[in-house]
Write a protein that binds this ligand. Structure first.
Ligand code: HEM
Length: 187
């Protein structure tokens, strides 16, 4: 009888020990906080959608959003007397019905912004920001001033507004663009 009692006690203790151990396992394991989404993810990221400009082709939502903003911004700039002189080469081409320079700038600018916003599936292969905005770039007609950089941001915000980009994303793109003032403004 004593042996049976001892065995029962031992089993009970063992069960408690096991349960105790299980309790430890149930403790919430410390989780690493979810990473802050990149600007690219906030713009829709890699979710594939139909490309409205190329029927039958798919495009990442983030890239489409940025391309839409870039294209709208180029049109805003084209109508902006303050910035038009910088884009004389481009505007002369477009005026003559040649859209190759426009398409190249659209792609180059969009790739630049996509990479800067955290896109993983794109690369920027254009000139660095210093060379793209001085005489190393034969399509650049003069050095950008601080005032004209400010104006570029105004036009970019207008381009974003035309595409209903949420205000918090516009603010963060504005902050990103501001980090480029130094290499781009060269006088
Ligand atoms: C954050 C702001 C800006 C970014 C990210 C940016 C980016 C770029 C990029 C990627 C290119 C193409 C480079 C290549 O073809 O390899 C470019 C070209 C150019 N940029 Fe900017 N840029 C900015 C601001 C400005 C400003 C403020 C001006 C003038 C007011 C300007 C004027 C130009 C011009 C005239 C070209 C050549 C356009 C053409 O292809 O005909 N950019 N820029």
């Amino acid at each position: 009888m004593r042996t049976l009692l001892n065995t029962t006690l031992c089993l009970a203790l063992a069960a408690t020990a096991v349960t105790g151990c299980k309790k430890d396992d149930d403790k919430p394991t410390p989780t690493t906080p979810a990473p802050t989404p990149t600007l690219y993810q906030r713009l829709g990221g890699t979710t594939m959608v139909n490309d409205p400009a190329n029927p039958g082709q798919m495009i990442e939502t983030g890239y489409l959003g940025l391309r839409s903003v870039v294209d709208s911004t180029i049109f805003v700039i084209a109508g902006d007397a303050q910035l038009q002189p910088y884009f004389a080469v481009l505007l002369a081409e477009v005026g003559g019905g040649d859209l190759t320079g426009f398409a190249a700038l659209s792609e180059s600018l969009t790739e630049f912004f996509a990479v800067a916003c955290g896109a993983q599936n794109f690369t920027y292969t254009g000139m660095n920001m210093v060379d793209a905005h001085n005489s190393m770039n034969p399509r650049m007609t003069g050095l950008v001033t601080d005032e004209d950089f400010d104006r570029f941001i105004v036009d970019l915000v207008a381009g974003a507004a035309q595409n209903d980009v949420p205000a918090d994303i516009v603010t963060d793109i504005g902050a990103l663009v501001e980090t480029l003032r130094d290499p781009i403004v060269q006088q």
